[in-house]
Design a protein around this ligand. Structure first.
Ligand code: NOJ
Length: 536
């Protein structure tokens, strides 16, 4: 595999509204990120991914943008962002922004104009269809609503929205739309940002026709459609070619068969991608299936493409709660961290993961702030389901699960704000917080710092070939990465009972473990070991 800085990078995701509040209004902001920049740098990560901070009515926490060129007041000002870019660069950190161009806010000037008549200059900048009021053009669903079609009284037409009705989809068939997006991207690149995390970027190409589908609940008709690669290649030519910008595409509905089309080095599309075979499709840890996913993606992509490794973000429940164990919180947080940093792919750390933060379950539906949760909850209640059943079935996967404020210390609101936090702080902050972790040499935080450092100093973790040694085992995950005669062996007990194994190696070869004592043939619950050996 060709070497490149971005393949060796570790990315840290900052969900700024829950990271650090600098002015006491209860919501995190860019100055808060600035205050904690030295902390981020101290982790050893290379890239910060900042969730959207553009002007937005904030219906979907910034993913409904009404002006791509200004900053949301809640987040701060353009000078705050400029200062952050500069300060990040001074610390050797790169900063990438979210690029949300499948849709805008319904408050964007483009949409306001588009909906004003059927004949205005931007009439076709969005996707409009005739229909009869009350009867949407087809039987599709949107991610956040029963139908992706919303009726507009002025045009007496429906517009299309893959997400909430306040997030109308842009019409990428229109050359002026594409040019408007490309020039906006160039403008940001000129400002000094280092790349883009591209929100649902494979949804920008729509199906050729809007016919009914056999199974509306299988949303795969929304993305990954023929013609998407021509669009991404055009974007590459127009904006990315000849730059060093880092790009990661959020690509739902893609399997390894198509993955290389997006990230193959010869393709000139994206550098890397997020797929959702785990985060969307695997409810809790199913190890045999997880191994198959890793193997299939590795075999499909390497050596000419590289995927990303993540188990949680602002849309997905915290990984300890969902894929590890709250009972073995510290052990499983370390195990999952070790796994993500040693599997093939670029690791992403979602703020708070590095201290083993857990997900929250609110007992009152009103505490959930997320538009996806609220819409789905209302829909199910309206359909006659009981509130208790609906709530308990939605708790584990609710997106707010991972959006609670970062836990800095044992002070008021976990040191996140001196005001009232916009979302409740997880009460376990008295035990789980950065300050406590800094004082404990065995903390999850200390372990993450070691992992990131190892990744920096050992190319085998990035470029080594991958082989699975126990693919059928339901609890043990044993794999190796091999490069230039050096082999790293990872032995994980992904399970809350001890297991015996023949894959242990002598202690001299142990590089990192999450337990004090290593019995060569036996692994404790969620024990994780990293070994190194060299071929003679
Ligand atoms: C994916 C983002 O991560 C999510 O938070 C958002 O709601 C949707 N895309 C729509 O933009």
């Amino acid at each position: 595999m060709n070497r490149a800085w971005w393949k060796e990078a570790v990315v840290y995701q900052v969900y700024w509204r829950s990271f650090k509040d600098s002015d006491g209004d209860g919501m995190g902001d860019l100055r808060g990120v600035m205050e904690k920049l030295d902390y981020i740098a101290s982790l050893g990560v290379d890239v910060i991914w900042l969730n959207p901070c553009y002007t937005s009515p904030d219906v979907d926490n910034g993913y409904d943008i009404s002006d791509y060129y200004t900053i949301m007041k809640k987040a701060g000002t353009m000078s705050d962002l400029e200062a952050l870019i500069t300060a990040a660069h001074e610390r050797g950190l790169k900063l990438i922004l979210d690029l949300v161009v499948n849709h805008t806010s319904d408050q964007h000037a483009w949409f306001k104009e588009s909906r004003s008549s059927r004949t205005n200059e931007k009439a076709d900048w969005y996707i409009w269809q005739d229909g009869v009021k009350g009867t949407p053009p087809n039987n599709w669903r949107s991610y956040f609503a029963p139908s992706p079609w919303a009726w507009d009284e002025t045009r007496e037409q429906y517009y299309f929205h893959s997400f909430a009705s306040e997030q109308p989809d842009l019409n990428w068939e229109h050359p002026a739309v594409r040019e408007a997006v490309y020039s906006m991207m160039r403008w940001w690149a000129n400002k000094g940002i280092d790349g883009f995390r591209m929100d649902v970027i494979n949804l920008i190409k729509k199906r050729a026709t809007y016919d009914d589908v056999a199974d509306p609940l299988d949303l795969s008709y929304l993305g990954n459609q023929p013609g998407i690669h021509e669009l991404l290649q055009e974007m590459h030519r127009e904006v990315l070619a000849g730059t060093d910008l880092f790009t990661v595409g959020e690509i739902p509905f893609v399997g390894p068969e198509d993955g290389l089309l997006y990230v193959g080095e010869e393709r000139n599309e994206l550098r890397t991608l997020f797929h959702f075979e785990v985060a969307d499709d695997m409810e809790t840890m199913d190890l045999p299936r997880f191994k198959q996913i890793q193997k299939r993606w590795y075999e499909a992509l390497y050596p000419s493409g590289i995927a990303s490794q993540f188990l949680n973000n602002h849309d997905h429940t915290r990984q300890v709660t969902r894929f590890g164990s709250e009972r073995y919180r510290v052990e499983s947080a370390k195990l999952l961290g070790l796994m993500l940093h040693t599997l093939p792919g670029i690791p992403y750390i979602y703020q708070g993961e590095e201290i083993g933060m857990t997900g929250i379950r609110f007992s009152d539906p009103e505490s959930y702030r997320d538009v996806a949760f609220r819409n789905q909850y209302a829909e199910r209640i309206a359909a006659g389901e009981s509130p208790g059943t609906v709530l308990s079935s939605m708790q584990l996967r609710a997106r707010d699960n991972s959006r609670t404020p970062m836990q800095w210390n044992t002070g008021k609101a976990a040191g996140f704000t001196i005001g009232t936090p916009w979302m409740a702080v997880n009460p376990n902050y008295r035990e789980i917080n950065v300050e406590a972790a800094e004082q404990d040499p065995n903390s999850v935080l200390a372990f993450y710092r070691k992992l990131i450092d190892l990744r920096k100093t050992h190319p085998v973790m990035v470029y080594g070939i991958y082989r699975d040694l126990a693919i059928q085992d339901p609890y043990l995950y044993v794999y190796e990465r091999v490069l230039d005669g050096v082999t790293w062996r990872v032995v994980l007990n992904v399970h809350d009972e001890p297991v015996t194994t023949t894959f242990g190696l002598p202690e001299e070869q142990l590089i990192l473990t999450n337990y004090d004592t290593a019995d060569i043939n036996r692994l404790a619950p969620y024990e994780a070991r990293l070994y190194q050996y060299e071929m003679p």
